[in-house]
Design a protein around this ligand. Sequence first.
Ligand code: C2E
Ligand code: CA
Ligand code: CA
Ligand code: CA
Length: 281
Amino acid sequence: ARSDFRNPLRKYNEDILKKELFDQKLLGDLRNALADGQFRVYYQPKYDIRSEPPRLMSAEALVRWEHPELGMIPPGTFIPLFEGNGLITLVDNYVWEETAKQVAMWRNKFRFTLPVSVNISRADIFDPDLTERLCRLITNNGLEYCDIKLEVTESAYSQDADRLLGLIHTLRKIGFEIEMDDFGAGYSSLNMLSSMPIDVLKMDMSFVRNIENSETDLRLMKLILDIAGNLKLSVVAEGVETEGQLKLLRDADCDLVQGYYFSRPVPANEFEEFIRKEREQ
Ligand code: C2E
Ligand code: CA
Ligand code: CA
Ligand code: CA
């Protein structure tokens, strides 16, 4: 066959090549980016919707890469890449340290302790120093263990369940709270609920998206809240964007909500506005 720009296979190969080159660039740039301080930690508030008006309870730390040539790169672009080779632990460590410093700074500035959760990736679980690193965050910054919460995604559970189970036991005994992230998005959610000791269940945003127009989705959302309630777990609903979704979640007795309805993830200085507002109430 003659080569043809519209040949779908050729187009496909070119896309793979481009993606490969892009990934290689990001991998090559990582160490310099860490040394150069190109990673930014953004914060997204979590509100308790059982009270009126809703109360600011905590936040989630979410990383972005401010690349000098490529601009702001969202985590979905580089995290899977760095997870594959363990390099994510370097990024995560940076994010955790920034977060712990920020929590301590806000406590001193506002006399208000706002716990912040950080994401633990699958690769972190294989770091033999993980527990020690997390404990150092607390002691080095004069925090309490409950000030930094740990979000572990469901996919991490299926990989090496025994190892993770042991780790979670240890971390909880020390005093960290564990949130199961993206609950319901994977295949083994219900199995894991019976074996993993967790404190909070984060309902994946796919269960929230269509509750206003799908009776089935509404029932599923309520079912997850029922299961969590039976197990005495509190629930954070992720991806709440509209007032209608908020109302349905509140009617169903959901505890906490995170999503664009309240705020997108924002830099620390912008986040301070939320703390100020909360303190005025
Ligand atoms: P995640 O942990 O499930 O974080 C929630 C994601 O949903 C964030 O995307 C957040 O910006 C987005 N989001 C929040 N509210 C809404 C909403 O109302 N609507 C929609 N459509 N999206 C909303 P982001 O910041 O792009 O992060 C994507 C994922 O990257 C995270 O998913 C998490 O798995 C990972 N990630 C982010 N930061 C870190 C980090 O520091 N370390 C590790 N290991 N993973 C991270
Ligand atoms: Ca998360
Ligand atoms: Ca999530
Ligand atoms: Ca996720």
